[in-house]
Design a protein around this ligand. Structure first.
Ligand SMILES: O=c1[nH]c(=O)c2[nH]c(=O)[nH]c2[nH]1
Length: 296
């Protein structure tokens, strides 16, 4: 009996980066750009490469990298959702023994302000994750993620009527600062979206941009409009509205740090009042509130 066995395995290339420029055929100086960081990991009959040093079953990670770049150049990849589908289908179709792929694409935010000039959106990125198994082609998991969008509101946020015990020092408030780094995940309903092949054909491609823009907008709108009872209640309301508006979305997940701003007490200075005007931005510790919301 051997001492060990291979419980699971996957491999591929990570951090394959490119900037793609798409030129308008009618005006070659009018461009769209896409800056991406791609990870592709493969699964299949690759066990013997680990257990028997059988390199025959290894499609080199260098080949994976080359493929990502050539497919990015040759194909119309308007959205990263579509490009992820294209990559997953390519690797599982091309190599008989490769039966599954997971793809992750991190896309920088570049906003066009002129026909060939763009402004970088800072820390905010869009991430697409796709897990695909050839054996269950309609059960793929496709998730689009908004990450790194930092927001703050300086009023219209409350927190009171919480559990109070002998460990409690927090004072209830009906007016506080609320700030977070938004992490929002939209998991698509693969039954409603249909086959990955159709997605690659481009029939439903435009929808992804619309859904992402709608979900981002809803997040920002509810954040500003609602007199928040708590991070928990506000994120649930955001997720509910996104599900109402986007039938292709099955689950909405938020992971929101509650970035605390602590009111300075300046009464020592001749009784100086501080009416929510001067705060200390506390980098840590922070609250961390998560939820996943589905349609009932
Ligand atoms: O919106 C909030 N949710 C909490 O769970 C919590 N806990 C806390 O100390 N402040 C807050 N605020």
């Amino acid at each position: 009996m051997p001492y060990s066995y291979l419980e699971s395995s996957t491999y591929g290339k990570d951090n394959v980066k490119f900037l793609k420029v798409v030129k308008d055929p009618k005006n070659t100086k009018n461009h769209e750009i896409m800056e991406c960081n791609v990870q592709v990991l493969l699964t299949g009959a690759i066990e013997t490469s680990y257990t028997e040093a059988n390199n025959k079953v290894i499609v080199p990670t260098d080949t994976v990298k080359n493929t990502i770049l050539v497919l990015a150049k040759k194909n119309n990849i308007e959205t990263t959702e579509k490009f992820a589908a294209l990559l997953a289908l390519h690797f599982t179709n091309k190599y008989d023994h490769i039966t599954g792929a997971t793809v992750k694409i991190i896309q920088q935010k570049w906003d066009k302000y002129h026909e060939h000039s763009f402004i970088h959106g800072g820390a905010e990125v869009k991430i697409v994750e796709l897990a695909y198994e050839q054996a269950k082609p309609s059960e793929y998991k496709l998730t689009t993620i908004l990450k790194g969008l930092t927001v703050l509101k300086s009023t219209n946020s409350m927190f009171y009527d919480y559990n109070v015990c002998d460990y409690t020092t927090l004072k209830p408030t009906k007016d506080r600062i609320l700030s977070t780094d938004i992490l929002m995940k939209l998991e698509f309903n693969s039954d409603k979206l249909g086959k990955l092949e159709d997605l690659v054909a481009g029939n439903k491609d435009k929808k992804f941009d619309d859904i992402f823009a709608n979900a981002r907008e809803t997040t920002l709108t509810i954040f500003k409009n609602e007199n928040s009872a708590s991070v928990q209640a506000t994120m649930f309301n955001m997720a509910t509205k996104i599900l109402e508006d986007n039938e292709l979305v099955k689950f909405v997940t938020y992971e929101l740090p509650n970035k605390h701003y602590i009111l300075f007490n300046l009464e020592w200075f001749d009784g100086e009042k501080n009416d929510n005007e001067l705060f200390y931005p506390a980098s840590d510790p922070n609250g961390l509130i998560k939820c996943t919301v589905g349609r009932s």
